[in-house]
Design a protein around this ligand. Structure first.
Ligand code: MN
Length: 304
């Protein structure tokens, strides 16, 4: 996904909920047939572990003939994770990858020194196409910011799952609840999709340095406070946090090791160095990124 203009989410400490450090409330924005809610970066909190960008896309059903068309655009300094709940997106990149992603699978793209890609609804699905999912970016540690770009697809059957006590979960990336995803993360990472039945109590252990919870459906209760759909909660570290489900809940737990310093984020570029971002801007403007296979459009560099 490409950066699109969206209002930065507002964030504030809760009034009286000790396990929760910050509540981020994204605002919804219509990007032409579908809504995006951006939870990261927020006004008060820029990152949760390696996660520096967190967008919920949809749920949406497009008009006949329509779909998502994110034309070729560049990235540096990050990995992107695409996780769909409904719909299908075709990924094409400058390494020559052409890969459809469907719900339950992961597209993991490490930009490193630079990659360009496009994401589109396949033409044959443009009759009431659906879109619902999460697009997240993880900042690369400084030592890996200039790693060679790569793209990997993980089908649903390769991702670890666990269920029981009212929980059904998939480890998208990193580790959680004793399971490890095969996605090749560069730093300690927590990214787990969870569905809880009404009344389920889930304990989020303190094994990850930074932890967040994003509510996709239902309502959760933490220490007596309730948080609804679209809330991103940043949890205080070092203690287990109990989450109680009200209704059928769908959430993701995310986080990981604290980043090794702040990151600059401009358009689709992430870097510890402002100069490196300027270089990437010049590289895109002058056509120094490799072309995306089978897709000759492009998104021009924004003017500001
Ligand atoms: Mn992108």
């Amino acid at each position: 996904m490409s950066w699109q203009p969206a209002d930065e989410a507002t964030a504030a400490p809760p009034t009286d909920c000790p396990p929760v450090e910050t509540v981020i409330v994204p605002r919804s924005r219509d990007l032409g047939g579908f809504d995006v809610r951006r939870a990261l970066p927020s006004t008060r909190r820029k990152m949760i572990g390696p996660f520096i960008f967190f967008d919920q896309m949809g749920p949406a059903t497009f008009a006949p003939g329509k779909g998502i068309d994110v034309r070729p655009h560049p990235h540096i300094g990050l990995s992107t994770v695409t996780w769909l709940i409904e719909g299908e997106i075709m990924h094409r990149d400058s390494l020559g990858s052409i890969q459809a992603i469907r719900p339950g699978a992961v597209n993991w793209m490490t930009a490193g020194s630079g990659i360009a890609h496009s994401e589109r609804t396949p033409d044959e699905l443009r009759s009431g196409a659906k879109l619902y999912g999460l697009q997240t970016w993880l900042a690369l540690p400084k030592a890996h910011e200039e790693t060679a770009p790569r793209f990997e697809h993980f089908s649903a059957d390769r991702l670890p799952t666990f269920e029981g006590n009212g929980v059904e979960a998939t480890v998208i990336a990193g580790t959680g609840w004793g399971k490890r995803s095969p996605v090749g993360v560069f730093t300690d990472t927590l990214y787990v999709d969870m569905r809880l039945t009404d009344g389920t109590k889930l304990t989020i252990p303190p094994e990850h340095e930074e932890r967040g919870v994003y509510v996709l459906a239902g309502e959760i209760e933490i220490a007596g406070d309730r948080f609804g759909v679209g809330s991103m909660l940043v949890l205080r570290p070092d203690k287990p946090v109990d989450v109680l489900a009200h209704g059928a809940v769908h959430l993701v737990a995310l986080g990981g090791a604290t980043a090794d310093g702040p990151r600059h984020i401009w358009w689709n570029f992430v870097s510890s160095s402002a100069e490196r971002i300027e270089q990437a801007k010049a590289d895109w403007k002058t056509g120094r990124f490799d072309p995306v296979v089978d897709d000759d459009e492009f998104i021009p560099l924004p003017e500001n």
